[in-house]
Write a protein that binds this ligand. Structure first.
Ligand code: FAD
Ligand code: FES
Length: 284
């Protein structure tokens, strides 16, 4: 088996894919909250993706096929080889040893980050409450993993096709209002979902983390592309994060920067659709 061979690849929904990759060094050192940067073919972009789980020498990723590189990744199969998988990168999640009640909220493809975090919090002896949400039942991922790990699990769908009808913020609000002891909350999902949902915990003064996903290039703190403003200070999400105090994040700055390369991303996608030739190697 090659160094970065895809061990397993399948679709979780129409646009979200799960992949297990042989990446021994990354798997051995990876902790909850960290990510890797994948360079599928040596020619296109490198994409940062959260490490969603580990198993021996393999890592799991789950990604939404949104643009040139993730759509290329989605075409790959077990046996194909990736050019490079760098990691683990970023600061691991701030998980306390025992006695805390933590809530882990995942929305959309952000649910990909929740099983590894829930497992780490549980293994450290904490009481873990999971809340996972999707637009509809077909888009819901990793429910089985979360059900097995969490002490309590709430499932929401926007359209009510499964679980509680509405957004993941609703069960979070109820838990906060119930007066139960809640020590920490993680919220992982699209930028707008994290911004709005973190407002639920603010009045209660509950320590709340979000995992930010600005555009990253080198992942080493050198290029500056992943600059975010947290608590009025400039941080680099790749080395200072990607998890930050939700109540200190400058969301407008983050979202403006995320939209910076939309024209180039559209151009790249159009070029791929016209000329694409997959350069990934097949392991014989
Ligand atoms: C720390 C981190 C962890 C992430 N984890 C996941 C994950 O587990 N699953 C998942 O589906 N997505 C994750 N993302 C987002 C993922 O990296 C982007 O969807 C991907 O880079 C898009 O690349 P593309 O070429 O397919 O699409 P493009 O057309 O290039 O971009 C589509 C959109 O993706 C974002 N994006 C583009 N390039 C980058 C880049 N280099 N870095 C970050 N965002 C970019 C932009 O918002 C852009 O508008 C994560 C991002 C970060 C920073
Ligand atoms: S990705 Fe270059 S500084 Fe973070």
């Amino acid at each position: 088996m090659g160094t970065y061979t895809i061990v397993e690849a399948h679709a979780l929904s129409e646009a979200v894919f799960e992949m297990w990759i042989h990446a021994a060094q990354v798997a051995r050192h990876a902790k909850a909250g960290q990510f890797c940067i994948i360079h599928p073919d040596g020619a296109g972009e490198r994409v940062p993706l959260t490490i969603s789980g580990t198993d021996g020498e393999n890592i799991r990723i789950a990604f939404m096929a949104v643009g040139t590189t993730t759509k290329l990744l989605a075409t790959l199969k077990a046996g194909d080889e990736l050019r490079d998988v760098a990691g683990p990168l970023g600061v691991p999640s701030d998980i306390a040893q025992g006695n805390e009640t933590v809530i882990i909220v995942g929305g959309g493809v952000g649910v990909a980050c929740t099983p590894i975090l829930a497992r780490a919090a549980k293994d450290a002896g904490n009481h873990v409450i999971g809340i996972i949400g999707a637009r509809n039942k077909d888009l819901l991922i990793f429910e089985d993993d979360m059900r097995e790990i969490c002490d309590e699990l709430f499932v929401t769908t926007d359209d009510g096709s499964y679980g509680i009808k509405g957004f993941a913020s609703a069960p979070l609000k109820e838990l906060c209002e119930s007066g139960r002891k809640i020590d920490k909350v993680w919220i992982i999902g699209p930028g707008m979902m994290m911004k709005v949902t973190s407002e639920v915990t603010r009045p209660y003064g509950i320590k709340t983390y979000v995992s930010l996903n600005p555009v990253m290039v080198d992942g080493t703190g050198m290029c500056g592309s992943c600059r975010v403003t947290v608590g009025g200070e400039m941080k680099f999400a790749c080395v200072d994060g990607p998890e930050f105090d939700a109540h200190q994040v400058d969301w407008n700055d983050l979202m403006t920067r995320q939209r910076m390369y939309i024209p180039e991303e559209k151009q790249s996608m159009a070029y791929r659709e016209e000329h694409h030739v997959c350069r990934c190697r097949k392991v014989e």
